[in-house]
Design a protein around this ligand. Structure first.
Ligand code: RB5
Length: 150
């Protein structure tokens, strides 16, 4: 499995923790976004690189981090085929897989502590999509994309 992990400057430190955690588990990582936390780096650029990794198949899933998680989650959800949930705890990180078949987890480095963030990473990577009635809803999301994305 390959995971693309991207952040702006505000998420840089947490991004390094997440990357180290994934590598410890033997998971391949593509790092995108800010090269340090010292200088401002746009969450828009960071989100675009991650979305392109996932949609091109270079990465199976993505983890997107900015200060609140809001900006970068908005950006990646502008891409057809990305289903990103901004999560704040293990429950929501599990649900974004189980109910929404999410392919990107977003989190806010200024919102969640490191232990919660790593717990969310585990929940997101270990949970399967439940299918059935949820598959119908996700199918409906795809129809909305077909109708509204140019
Ligand atoms: C950067 O200061 C901050 O605006 C950004 O990380 C994010 O929180 C935006 O949604």
């Amino acid at each position: 499995m390959t995971i693309s992990v991207s952040s702006d400057h505000a998420g840089y430190e947490l991004k390094q923790k997440v990357i180290a955690y994934l590598k410890e588990k033997g998971i391949n990582v593509i790092e995108e976004g800010a090269p340090s936390g010292d200088k401002p780096y746009s969450y828009v650029e960071a989100g675009c690189a991650l979305a392109e990794d996932v949609l091109s198949g270079k990465a199976d899933k993505g983890i997107a981090i900015c200060g609140t998680g809001i900006g970068i989650s908005i950006v990646v959800n502008k891409y057809k085929g990305i289903r990103c949930g901004l999560c704040n705890n293990e429950y929501t990180a599990r649900m974004v897989r189980q109910h929404n078949n999410g392919n990107v987890l977003a989190m806010g480095a200024r919102v969640v502590g490191q232990a919660v963030a790593l717990g969310m990473v585990d929940a997101f990577l270990n949970e399967e999509f439940a299918g059935e009635r949820h598959a119908e809803r996700v199918g409906d999301i795809c129809k909305v994309e077909e109708k509204n994305f140019k």
